[in-house]
Design a protein around this ligand. Structure first.
Ligand code: ADP
Length: 339
């Protein structure tokens, strides 16, 4: 998830704008991550030990607080007949074509596919970051496509953890403050036992007072993982979490994601281009042209590499071949890019 382009036209697209857009405002934090509320939103000071509270937090909307999961499901998140088009008419891009897929609780799933195949759109719609054209996304038993902006904000803050390629830590805060940020913003109490478990497991005990620029890339991503897990979310979405890491740090990060599933029962959905990264997952789904074309249990790196190669070659052939439109009208088609 590149936080600078994941959220479409949102200039302030980053971790904070996902979990703390201005309730009652335009739904976005500004580019500096300024979290001050506007409008008549009820706010309280957000305490962070050792620093002046730089922002305020909204109270939880009653509607979401009172809503209950409809029924227990084996899926942490599920897409039903999910369609996402960008644009309309002959310029429409069919990013997701009637997707039906469930992500089981306590399972680590990788989403793969050539560039432009719909992976990011899938993840954004599952996380309530992008609207859908039709269909449903059931997360924790609720159809999130029916939620308003405030409900989606609370959902992202309480039920979803995010891990980005670029770590996306807040530079002015220590590792500990970054890890606790979702709870701080929500005004929730810290479960110190869980916090200690996370920092010990992630080898961060000696790094808690350090700011991000005093940490290696691998350490920063481990802080980001702890931040994603601190609120025990229904699901963690990771977008190319190893994209900026060397192979040793990548292996550490992937091993921890796997442990979070095995030992803590976490549900993880990870977009990756890397077949080796996908081999850490319990399941890998391959997208091509807005459809799921493969669904593999216990993927191996070799198997995923072969599948990806096949899909990339197919996409390249498809974009090179003239379409019916071109043959009839000489109009260019919307081609997929292939990495
Ligand atoms: P991937 O993550 O697999 O690279 P995406 O989900 O980003 O693919 O994109 C799927 C398709 O949707 C692509 O053809 C892409 O160009 C198109 N697309 C993605 N976002 C937008 C947007 N905001 N406006 C128009 N088209 C978009």
């Amino acid at each position: 998830m590149n936080p600078n382009n994941i959220y479409g036209n949102s200039a302030g697209s980053d971790f904070l704008s996902i979990i703390n857009p201005s309730l009652g405002g335009n739904g976005e934090a500004n580019a500096n991550g300024d979290l001050s509320m506007n409008g008549n939103t009820n706010t309280t000071a957000a305490p962070i030990a050792g620093i002046a509270a730089p922002f305020s937090i909204p109270s939880q909307p009653q509607q979401f607080a009172q809503s209950q999961p409809q029924q227990p499901k084996k899926y942490a998140v599920e897409a039903i007949d999910l369609v996402k088009d960008y644009g309309t008419g002959e310029n429409a891009v069919h990013a997701l074509r009637n997707i039906n897929v469930g992500f089981e609780k306590g399972k680590f799933t990788a989403i793969m596919g050539p560039s432009g195949s719909g992976k990011s759109t899938m993840m954004h719609t599952l996380a309530g970051l992008d609207s859908v054209t039709s269909g449903e996304v059931i997360l924790g038993g609720q159809d999130i496509t029916k939620m308003n902006d405030n409900q989606l904000t609370m959902l992202r803050r309480n039920e979803i953890g995010f891990i980005f390629q670029s770590f996306n830590l807040l530079p002015m805060f220590t590792a500990e403050q970054n890890i606790l940020m979702p709870l701080t913003l929500a005004g929730d109490k810290v479960d110190r036992k869980w916090f200690n478990t996370l920092v010990e497991t992630l080898g961060l005990t000696q790094r808690l007072k350090h700011r991000p620029n005093e940490l290696s890339g691998g350490q920063q991503q481990r802080v980001a993982i702890a931040r994603a897990l601190i609120s025990k979310p229904q699901v963690v979405f990771a977008d190319e979490p190893t994209g900026n890491l060397d192979s040793v740090s990548s292996a550490e990060v992937l091993s921890f994601l796997k442990r979070s599933v095995r030992e803590f029962g976490q549900t993880v959905v990870m977009v990756t281009h890397d077949a080796v990264a996908a081999s850490y997952a319990d399941r890998a789904i391959v997208f091509a042209d807005g459809r799921i074309v493969s669904d593999v249990e216990h993927p191996t790196a070799e198997q995923m590499s072969d599948l990806l190669m096949k899909e990339s070659e197919r996409a390249a052939r498809q974009s090179a071949a003239p379409t019916m439109d071109q043959l009839m009208n000489g109009k260019p088609r919307h081609a997929q890019t292939v990495r």
